[in-house]
Design a protein around this ligand. Sequence first.
Ligand code: DAS
Length: 445
Amino acid sequence: MDTSGLQGYSGTTKELLERENVRIGDEIEVISNGKRYRGILMARYELSDPNYITLKLHNGYNIGIRVTKGVRVFKISAGVKPAFVRPPKPQILSDLPSVIIVSTGGTIASRVEYRTGAVRPALNADDLLAIVPELAGIARIDTEILYNVWSENIQVQHWIGMAEAVDRLIRKNVDGVVLTHGTDTMGYTAAALSFALQKPPVPVVLVGAQRSSDRPSSDATTNLIAAVATAAKAPFGEVVVAMHKWHSDDVIALHRGTRVVKLHTSSRDAFHSVNSRPIAYYQHGELRVIADDLNPRGSNEYICKPKFDARAFLIKFFPSMKPDILNILADIGIKGFVIEGTGLGHVSSNWVPVIKELTEIGVFVGMTSQCKFGRVNMNVYDSGRDLLRAGVVPLDDMLAEVALVKLMWILGNFGDRAELEDIKELMLMNVAGEIRSRTLPNVGG
Ligand code: DAS
């Protein structure tokens, strides 16, 4: 155990800090290349690059400053060595609904680990109940750490694992399931679980956070409370995403898993429903359901089809994009395409012959729009009509990312024996609220 009070520091960087009699937790100022950085000295992970100082700035972000010749350090004030002391576990009330929190990683299930200064998952039940004691008054909580990944690293195998884990919990008659997940690809996973777990008898709630729990502006606690309350009490059995409705903490929106998109890199109200409204809002301890087409809690129509085949591709068309990419991808095994086209569902006319050749050999080509809101309509312009004649399947108001996930789900569960017509029929069938035949006003929320 390092007793120097400079865990993780070594070599010339450690000598620099020792010369200024600095310890982990002290407030210091670092001058590097003429810039001044002021913050709390954080520990570093022993195996990390020894030539960096980790500083927690006053805005809560951690930065790494490379220690090169000329870097100077000044001690501003002695600090208290940060340490996470878990508060006592609150009493568990036995008559509450049972909710299992399954962790897959991401910012929400993490806290700063003062040993390293990094954000690390803190996901056993005690950690969570310690960080958010209110949960003990909402449900009997238990947790499982399924994965420990940033969501940009989630693959279809993770979707399969999550679906199988939730299916196992559903069959154990829990009252609700919460999945903590990174925000970057949470929309994709929400869609994947919506197709894999159809009409579940209990709520399946994905939840993330834009800010880690060690930061004053963290949304982790309010999102998690809303997610557990929804899993425990919601009158529906649906796959939903629970995230801030707007900047303030007072309202959490519950978005349908096949209609939700992350639209902002850092804002707490990053998630929005597209071509749909949120299905419910959680506010001041109450869940207000606003959708009228929900699968009821306890429904006996539950179907689990957890397979996915990654041999589908989402192509965002851009001006001057060459259609040859379709053949290159088909040659390496891609069995179906979703094109995110322009406007009502268009791409350059030089794509038409390439697409025609592919559809004639049984490759699925579906069309969505880069416009996010609204639906494709390929009958308005000759561009669209030519594509229809080449075999392109218009995918109505389905989100491009959701159409990709659905195609992967179809290929995974029906691929080997599905003909192109079967794939087309399944893609146009409303499985989990992802596609709607009638035009809605430009709704979102
Ligand atoms: N890297 C981000 C992710 O895992 C962190 C977060 O937003 O949760 O999606």
